[in-house]
Design a protein around this ligand. Sequence first.
Ligand SMILES: [Zn+2]
Length: 600
Amino acid sequence: MSENMAQGVRWDLSDLYRSTGDPALEADLKDAETLALEFEKKYRPFFESNGSSPLPLAGLLRDYKEILTRLTKPGVFAHLSFAAKTDDPALGAFLQKIQHRITQISCHLLFFEVSWARFDERAVKKFLSDSAIAGDRHYLEKLRAQAPHTLAENEEKIMAMKSLTSAQAFSRLFDEVVNKIAFTVEIGGRRVEKTESEVLSLLHSSDRPQRKMASESLAEGLKSHTHLLTYIYNMILADHRLSLEIRKYPHPMEPRNLANEIDLKSVLHLIESVKGAYPIVRRFYRLKAKLLGLEKLSDYDRYAPIGEDREKIDFKTCREIVLEGYRAFSPKAAEIAGEFFDKRWIDAEIRQGKQGGGFCCQTTPELHPYILVNYTGSLRDVMTVAHELGHGLHQFLARKVGILESDAPLTMAETASVFGEMLIFEKLFDDEKDPHKRLGLICGKIDDNFATVFRQIAMTDFELAAHGAGIAGGELSSQTLEKLWVKTSAEMYGDSVELTDNARHGWKYIPHFIHTPFYCYAYAFAQLFVLCLYQKYKEDKNAFVPRYFEMLSLGGSKRPHDIAGLAGLDIGQKDFWRAGINFLETLVKQAETLAAERKR
Ligand SMILES: [Zn+2]
């Protein structure tokens, strides 16, 4: 049973706190509160004096970071404890309580962000050129970029407090609802309940009836919660609309683009380039149908493996594969990744009520990240572990730029993760000599790449359509959302895939739509970016590795454009995306060649 593949692999959160009742947790919150009150009392007058008393910005930043560090730990601990057991009401209540406290304390710090955003331009310029604040310069620049959308302090306070009962509340409700759905499948004549992760994993089965059953079970589970999931998504759309209106954003993607430090034109160009390459998707799915001996793929065949089923990979072997892949790149990378296993910074076992999917959670510069995955033993899960460890490596290295700048924008945050997957794939592909298995591996890689590039852009297209329809006409019916989903998916598949009636439920379980609107294009950005980056690595390994570490260590302390520049890549170039897309096309050609050879 897949449940056992990583049994007992649970994280140890004691580096944060021992338990929800740990007195150190309360002490951190108390300290943060005291320091925040002092901070406000000490620094507010400087902003109100209109320049008559000079602002001690370097000292302010030092105090500010100290408070944020104290606040981050309880927040992360509550979030991780809840993710590990979302069906425990006590942990839900604990998370809510901690979030409320953090928001209350943060309100004492808000005046700084607001005042800085509105500070006199000339004074700001002078500060930004001061070497004393050099380590936090980019953070200060980013705050300034938010200035046109920053409200008055009291308004920001209300927005922060009310967010707990609006978007954040619906986000949590979404997690609870989806994680609680019991998806029923039939195994050996018995009806068995599966978690979302398990049923999604069955979509990758080599057995067609099993894939069909998984797809039906997924649709059935989601369908039975349509009313609630539609309402939640409508509330997210409405909340987003309100923010656009209140903060005067000209486009629904603008808040995300600003946070990602990429302009709308570049994002639209990315979307256009990927959509223009949809024929590559159809070409591959036609090949895949042939390889599977089918007239045409059904939607539940998209992730079917090519070739024989792989044996399940236990977690210990997964660890070896992943670390070897990282070691071939750099021993230092393998050493850092090894710590995640050795020191129990990973939660991998499958449990009912545990949050689905996978993530890597940043903590504070003094500590280390934590990883959650739902490990069922498939090769895809090995890739997920490699992916999350890429995040882990990135966040681990970026600690040195400090708490204000360690977070990379989403577009760059997916770099190391996707790169990590490439490393493991290359290793497995190079080691495999059997042409049948090589074909299987490359088809699997294409499946993953398509899911990251094309599917994420189709999802972004859906989001654009949903937000657009919401802006035009208010609340949307589930039928409307289903139609938009099918339309944006069908555009990608053309006539290469038969979409069954189950396809219309696909939007209902995508967490990014709820947690972080317009997250998805960052995956396509990162995947295509990494494909270019990987070429650089192949061209000159010795020159590349140290530069790569430098890129990761910068975290979010520079603009993505400048970080990419370190590797000699210009993401501002109009046809930048073409190179990555061409690489995908080459993979498809390679698969076609291997398939033709197989016949002979
Ligand atoms: Zn990721």
